[in-house]
Design a protein around this ligand. Structure first.
Ligand code: UDP
Length: 423
């Protein structure tokens, strides 16, 4: 039996004006953004993805959509609502596109295409541009038909070295798009043939609940209420329970560092995303590994750790870890840098580009390296302050929402002023 699906419209926050962002970014960028918005006023854009919560794409869209509407565009966000079988297949496709091995079956293909096709049938509203995110809904265009619109596929993951069978299955659906977007040139999926390719890094919203300024006292209170001792050093990793984020490696690094710094505490703050069935297994592994360790805390969104709490943890800790072994971008790195926190992170995907010049030495390739960098930073508050200040400025210049919208709107303009893909 094939699953039932729906293409839900997802509502997000409302924003009436973008003026609050003016003083945060460079004047030339803000002017460029407003000029593009004037040119594209009234253009109807529909973002399509497969989850409304958990993970970077949902985080991005929740802020991108109201921001674009405040700029005068008519932007919607639609969800392809899959089923557990669909998400098991798409998680495997996601992993395979990042290089994991996977034997794709005919049954997998059937579930994948069925959900895409049924969802497309339910999408009645008409738009000028569709922006489809990640591999889960990539066959949406083939199913929906071109509808006299332009279609952009926005890939958030590193597809530079994919499983060839999975890539061969998806490429005919991708090649129908007018444009594809990758976070960086190195991520380009080999063999793609579309009229336009763009490289656009994601960004964070400095005014969201996740990133807005919070009083230091409040942050300490939130962390203390969660059971953490605010008088002892604290390191934090915020990420989905996903093997690519290496939570077990973080625990290992923490335990090495603690030998030299008794009293050190670790908080693993981890969301379970709506489209990520693997998360539960890893969460129980992490819980089993840490249940007898009083210095390690594990929190999830399911137990009420939401955006405000993540914000407080990122601000109240001494140091952030993001020990990813594969990473699309890693919004959490920019989130932490924006809060002037130093980060020790895996040298993976889009993480290095977020590092300010001179601090790349805190990118690591092993748990041992991670532990020794943590100790170096934890022992030197002046070094942490200098790193945090440089990182904040680097994020301000490169990874805030107005820059992302400027780049996205420039691409929308480009596809609208060129003929559609004739495939
Ligand atoms: N996140 C959260 N709560 C958690 C774990 C993660 O709010 O318990 C958020 C995090 O702050 C970030 C996003 O989820 O905004 C994760 O995005 P990222 O690009 O780092 O990784 P992804 O999950 O997309 O691979």
């Amino acid at each position: 039996m094939l699953p039932k699906v729906s293409a839900q419209r997802f509502s997000s926050a409302h924003l009436t004006s973008i003026e609050g962002y003016r003083h945060l970014v460079d004047a030339a960028l803000f002017d460029e953004l407003q000029a593009l918005a004037r040119e594209l006023k009234g253009v109807r854009i529909c973002h399509v993805n497969s989850t409304g919560f958990g993970g970077g794409v949902a985080e991005l869209l929740a802020r991108n959509v109201p921001f674009a509407n405040a700029l005068g565009l008519c932007t919607d966000w639609r969800l392809v609502q899959g089923t557990p079988e669909f998400f098991s297949v798409t998680k495997a496709l996601h992993n395979a596109l990042q290089g994991a091995s996977y034997a794709l079956t005919e049954a997998d293909k059937a579930i994948y295409l069925h959900v895409n096709r049924e969802s497309a049938k339910l999408l009645h509203a008409e738009y000028d541009v569709y922006i489809v995110h990640d591999p889960q809904p990539v066959a949406f265009l083939e199913a929906a038909g071109r509808r006299d619109a332009r279609w952009i596929w926005r890939c958030h993951i590193d597809t530079s070295d994919p499983n060839t069978e999975v890539a061969a299955f998806l490429l005919p659906y991708i090649d129908l798009y007018d444009a594809v977007v990758f976070t960086m040139r190195e991520f380009l999926l080999p063999g793609i043939r579309v009229p336009h390719t763009a490289f656009i890094a994601p960004a964070i919203d400095p005014l969201s609940t996740k990133n807005m300024d919070l009083p230091e006292k409040l942050c300490r209170q939130v962390v203390a209420n969660a059971g953490v001792d605010v008088h002892r050093p604290l390191v934090v990793q915020v990420s989905r329970f996903d093997p690519w984020k290496d939570p077990m490696g973080v625990i290992q690094a923490f335990r090495i560092a603690r030998q030299e710094m008794p009293g050190l505490q670790l908080a693993l703050v981890g969301a379970i995303a709506g489209d990520d069935p693997e998360g539960w297994q890893l969460l129980s592994l992490v819980q089993r590994e840490t249940e007898d360790d009083p210095d390690i805390f594990v929190f999830t969104n399911l137990a009420g750790v939401g955006s405000m709490e993540v914000n407080a943890f990122q601000r109240a800790c001494d140091l952030v870890i993001q020990k990813s072994v594969r990473e699309g971008f890693g919004l959490v790195v920019s989130e932490s840098f924006w809060k002037r926190r130093p980060v020790v992170a895996g040298r993976a995907g889009g993480i290095p580009m977020q590092y300010p010049a001179g601090f790349e030495r805190y990118l690591v390739d092993s748990a041992e390296e991670c532990a020794s960098d943590m100790l170096e930073l934890l022992k030197d508050s002046e070094l942490r302050r200098a790193f945090g200040a440089a990182a904040h400025e680097h994020v301000r210049k490169n990874f805030l929402l107005p820059r992302l919208l400027r780049d996205e709107l420039a691409l929308v303009k480009r596809v609208l002023s060129n003929p559609p893909n004739r495939r």
